[in-house]
Design a protein around this ligand. Structure first.
Ligand SMILES: [Zn+2]
Ligand SMILES: [Zn+2]
Length: 196
């Protein structure tokens, strides 16, 4: 551990209404609307003195920075959307070191990338899971895994809700296709996704 000079207690993480609509969520890259509850993670600045704050939609933080959300959940205001869902997502995500890496799913635009799990190429047009790694206060692109390698890579954890959450640009049809690729039959998607 690095010694932090002068400051024994860091500022706690916060839930608070966003004062403007200008900040983007570090988790999904989309704007956080003015007045919407946001999560602020306070971290030591890895590049210098002092601290920095990373802002998130609460659910995005629950998936990608679960330990920080769990530490702060007791202070989540009543206006935070669905605290039970936040806690559920954060607990699931904190239980496995690879789950916070999930950054959504997409069809591979080319065939260059290799799967981080099986090391085979990911064929163009097939579904792949995007991964990111949190390093020095930033999410860095971390490659991909085949959709069919998800159970091996994530050790049987259910990743479907996280995949959908971080794939907001997919159309409804594409989301249904993605769930089919995960073995979910149309019409049964919701009941399967809600199973805990
Ligand atoms: Zn977000
Ligand atoms: Zn693979």
């Amino acid at each position: 551990m690095r010694a932090v000079s002068g400051r024994l207690h860091r500022m706690p993480h916060v839930f608070e209404p966003a004062p403007t609509g200008r900040a983007k969520c570090r988790g999904c890259g989309r704007p956080i609307a003015k007045g919407e509850v946001r999560f602020g993670e306070h971290l030591p600045n890895p590049f210098g003195e002092g601290e920095m704050t990373l802002w998130f939609h609460p659910l995005c933080a629950a998936y990608k920075r679960p330990e920080s959300v769990l530490l702060t959940l007791a202070e989540a205001p009543q206006s935070a959307p669905d605290p039970a869902a936040l806690e559920r997502a954060a607990r699931a995500s904190s239980a496995h070191r690879r789950l916070p890496r999930i950054d959504g799913a997409e069809r591979a635009p080319g065939s260059q990338a290799k799967c981080r799990h099986c090391k085979e190429r990911i064929e163009r047009g097939t579904w792949r899971i995007r991964l990111v790694f949190f390093e020095e206060g930033r999410f860095m692109p971390g490659g991909f895994v085949h959709i069919d390698c998800r159970k091996a890579y994530f050790e049987d954890n259910d990743v479907r809700d996280a995949l959908l959450h971080f794939s907001p640009d997919l159309s409804d049809d594409e989301r249904a296709e993605l769930m089919r690729a995960c073995g979910v039959e149309p019409g049964r998607a919701s009941s399967e996704a809600q199973r805990t």
